[in-house]
Design a binder for this molecule. Structure first.
Ligand code: NAG
Ligand code: NAG
Ligand code: NAG
Ligand code: NAG
Ligand code: NAG
Ligand code: NAG
Ligand code: NAG
Ligand code: NAG
Length: 473
């Protein structure tokens, strides 16, 4: 890159001239020296994001290493399961997994779920394993809370997210596995979450609700081409994972179902979320990394995450969110080609006092929105802490956040940017943004933020005015 630039510059500057004068040479030398300095120190974020960003693959393929066909393929029927939607198949699923564990590192295994409705409690996955749901296959989550046993809270949360102590295990659970594929011909996993939402609404929930799919401490996992519905809580939760691809999924929950986030990568590395349709009662995608002092202590960031070609709606929440649990840090995030409609927010960065951590190197671009109330929003939580041990001096840091190429029609509010008092902003840039709306109250609301804006309508708040030092924005 360097030498190429130099050559081009040489051509431009020296090409037509035979013998440039010394002052001109000196000038050119100084210019090149500055350019070199900027490249080598990577001090200019947009340069680094354009020329220098860590792997910016055009597909998810770099994040999932292909697995060979499995040595053994079985159907859930081979383990005595009955697909009538009434018979409990918990034991069949658990027996199938126990059987298939022996093929880890020995050629791998595949469990097929044929057409039919297969009622089951929670079961675990194993390594070198494929779960394949044929067309018409439905895995139905048990309505008996005891079939979703209580497991330890996550160390980066210190407790269940909703209730103190342990939390219900997810319907499909994986801990410490590798080379796993969950796919099929658009078969369905249905968590029958209604009962759990009611427990939440009527305040009789004893332990934090379970996810539809949770991947913990796992590596090289592909989740694709399926429909996930009615999760009790966040739908897909990769936590402490690396190399996870979630692609071609349809994720559905009633638009009022509480906390039914679509996909929440949490303290994970190399996660690619693309070509998904999501409609639910909470954020379509939310990038997280632990909660207050527990997340700060564990210090496991979410990094190298791509969210691309995600579309959908969530009337009370956001298209893509970062936080509010971000205490382990969030960095190197690319969010692009989103289409969000009828939602409360398009992109939202949530944090709070006590969170600590950082949000760094985030590029959000090519966002299309219709009827989104607040297209761009930064917000503070509302006194949402795990316990009294949180540190009021732990404020988040924000650095190198670029939001560009955004069009929003029929929005109702200009961006609302509420930072956290005492938090720092460095390199916050809004560029090429058009927000339209009949009733759009055109005034941005900004508190505790600082940055730059270029080509933005409506005119941003003074905190974002370009004062000449931001030719890059
Ligand atoms: C599944 O894994 C969890 C923890 O990872 C464990 O507590 C539970 O006993 C396992 N369930 C089965 C059926 O093996
Ligand atoms: C998969 O099924 C869902 C739910 O029925 C449907 O909305 C979606 O379009 C299907 N996806 C594909 C690729 O057929
Ligand atoms: C709360 O909802 C659950 C699940 O629907 C139900 O079983 C329970 O009776 C309800 N409790 C109250 C107090 O309404
Ligand atoms: C999804 O399904 C399509 C159509 O069957 C197939 O071509 C594609 O390879 C699948 N993708 C993944 C990632 O499983
Ligand atoms: C942000 O990006 C720059 C330039 O690529 C890199 O040097 C820096 O380590 C990144 N920051 C984090 C926290 O990953
Ligand atoms: C501005 O953004 C729009 C889409 O939001 C895009 O079509 C256009 O090319 C962008 N303009 C520039 C100069 O990047
Ligand atoms: C925006 O609102 C106007 C006026 O209500 C309506 O005519 C138009 O169809 C809306 N467009 C979109 C994309 O929502
Ligand atoms: C930038 O200019 C605006 C408007 O003139 C002013 O309110 C703001 O304090 C300036 N910011 C800096 C960092 O100089």
């Amino acid at each position: 890159m360097e030498s190429e630039k130099t050559t081009t510059l040489n051509l431009i500057f020296f090409g037509p001239y035979i013998r440039p004068s010394y002052p001109i040479l000196l000038l050119i030398f100084t210019f090149l020296a500055i350019l070199f300095l900027q490249f080598s120190t990577r001090s200019l974020f947009p340069l680094s994001i354009l020329l220098d960003q860590p792997p910016q693959p055009t597909t998810c393929s770099a994040f999932f290493h292909h697995v060979p066909p499995r040595k053994i393929i079985k159907s859930i029927v081979d383990f005595g399961a009955v697909g009538d939607g009434k018979t409990s198949n918990t034991q069949s699923f658990r027996n199938a997994i126990r059987y298939m564990q022996r093929f880890q590192n020995k050629g791998g295994s595949q469990l097929n779920i044929p057409a039919g409705t297969w009622l089951t409690g929670s079961f675990n996955l194993t390594s070198d394993f494929t779960l394949f749901l044929h067309h018409g296959a439905v895995i139905l989550g048990s309505q008996d809370p005891k079939e979703w046993p209580i497991i330890e809270p996550l160390p980066s949360y210190g407790r269940g997210r909703e209730r103190l102590g342990g939390r219900h295990i997810s319907l499909i659970h994986a801990n410490g596995v590798r080379n796993v594929v969950i796919t099929g011909e658009n078969g369905t996993v249905d968590g029958q979450g209604k009962m759990w939402w009611e427990l939440w609404w009527n305040r009789t929930l004893e332990h934090t609700r379970g996810h539809l799919l949770e991947l913990m401490n796992s590596e090289n996992v592909l989740v694709s081409n399926l429909t996930f519905r009615n999760s009790p809580f966040w739908t897909i939760h990769p936590v402490y994972c690396s190399n996870v691809v979630i692609k071609g999924m349809t994720i559905l929950a009633p638009l009022n179902a509480p906390n039914t986030d679509g996909i929440d990568p949490d303290s994970s590395t190399n996660v690619c979320i693309e070509d998904n349709y999501i409609e639910s009662g909470d954020d379509l995608v939310a990038i997280k990394s632990g909660w207050d002092q527990y997340g700060i202590t564990m210090a496991k960031p979410s990094t190298n995450i791509i969210v691309r070609r995600v579309s959908g709606t969530t009337p009370t929440c956001s298209g893509v969110g970062i936080g509010s649990e971000m205490s382990g840090g969030v960095s190197n995030i690319i969010i692009e080609d989103l289409h969000v409609w009828n939602s409360a927010a398009g992109v939202r960065i949530k944090s709070d006092n006590g969170r600590g951590g950082y949000v760094t190197n985030v590029s959000i671009s090519n966002i299309r929105m219709e009827r989104v109330k607040i297209p761009i929003r930064f917000s503070r939580g509302s006194n949402d802490h795990p316990d009294d041990g949180w540190d009021s001096k732990a404020v988040p840091r924000f650095k190198n956040i670029l939001i560009s190429n955004v069009v929003s029609v029929n929005s109702t509010k200009a961006p609302v940017l509420e930072g956290v008092e005492g938090s720092s902003f460095e390199g916050l840039c809004f560029k090429n943004i058009t927000l339209l709306g009949g009733a759009l109250s055109a005034k941005w609301r900004c508190e505790h933020v600082a940055g730059f804006a270029n080509g933005v309508f409506p005119v941003p708040c003074p905190e974002l005015l370009n004062n000449g030092t931001s030719s890059w924005c």
